[in-house]
Design a binder for this molecule. Structure first.
Ligand SMILES: [Zn+2]
Length: 83
C-alpha cells in the first residue's frame, strides 16, 4: 500500500578534515586563519607550540586553542571565555 521508501539522500557533510591547510609566511611562521575575523594568526617559527596552547588573534582578540597538529597543518578552535 504505502510506498514510502525514504531514500537516504546522502547529506554529505563535506567536513572530513579537509579544512586543515598549512600556510607559512616568508619567515617560516605558520599562518592560521582566525575563525572569527579570517585574518591571519601567526605561529612564531622560533617557538615550540604544543597541543593545548592558546593563541590570540591580534586583530579581533579572539583566543584559539591548538587542538591538533600534524604534517597536514594545524587545527584550532575558539576558546570560549568564561566570565
Ligand atoms: Zn580574529
Amino acid at each position: 500500500m504505502s510506498d514510502d521508501m525514504n531514500s537516504m539522500i546522502n547529506d554529505s557533510a563535506s567536513d572530513q578534515s579537509s579544512g586543515v591547510t598549512k600556510r607559512t609566511d616568508d619567515n617560516g611562521n605558520v599562518l592560521l586563519e582566525c575563525p572569527e575575523c579570517s585574518n591571519d594568526i601567526v605561529m612564531d617559527a622560533d617557538r615550540d607550540y604544543i597541543i593545548g596552547d592558546i593563541l590570540e588573534c591580534q586583530f579581533c582578540g579572539t583566543e584559539v586553542e591548538i587542538v591538533s597538529m600534524d604534517d597536514a597543518g594545524v587545527e584550532i578552535e575558539i576558546v570560549e571565555e568564561e566570565k
